[in-house]
Design a protein around this ligand. Sequence first.
Ligand code: CA
Length: 230
Amino acid sequence: MMMTAKILIVEDEPAIAELLAFNVMQAGFIALRAHDADTAWAQIREHSPDLILLDWMLPETSGVVIAKQLRAEPRTRDIPIIMLTARGDERDKILGLESGADDYITKPFSPRELMARIRAVLRRHIPVMPDENVSAGGLELSPTTHRVMAKGTSIELGPTEFRLLQFFMTHAERVYSRTQLLDQVWGTQVFVEERTVDVHIRRLRAALEPVAADDLIQTVRGSGYRFSTQ
Ligand code: CA
């Protein structure tokens, strides 16, 4: 790391916030603190954190809502988020990842595991995608303008869905496993579960559905996914 990373801890329970800040500083990072959405946004505006540890259960505005707001803002869209929660069930986990979190950790967590995940997310190497426009299956994707058009209609995609679609369109007709897609689209060093791929595939299909292009993304049972125009 070139500079000391700034980590914003958004947590309303003082004892947990204290513990997190202690571990973050022990690991050599700068710890910023916020106890609700308003103070979080103030810290983000003032300090531009490199990563946000975001508690799910916060007074008034939940962590899920804050994650969605962060992802909707061009300025904050790419800040990695690790969601902290006491809720361990699978449905909540998917909801947390769908809100835009990069990773998810359940309380009580081991400080060592949390620090390993922070490092993994910060080290995350995002593969470089080509700049050329690509068209396939009636879709036209432009990396420079970050736009996807289908039959004259513009399709709104989140940054991950955009990368996923670009990868598929430039590698049509081949089957990719979830692990291969994680490596190619998310990057090899990122700590995300294979289930994350399914979440983003679902979002990509939902975005393509209004132009009847969702069938281009095919599930290959037992293997993974394929972009096919056939
Ligand atoms: Ca809380």
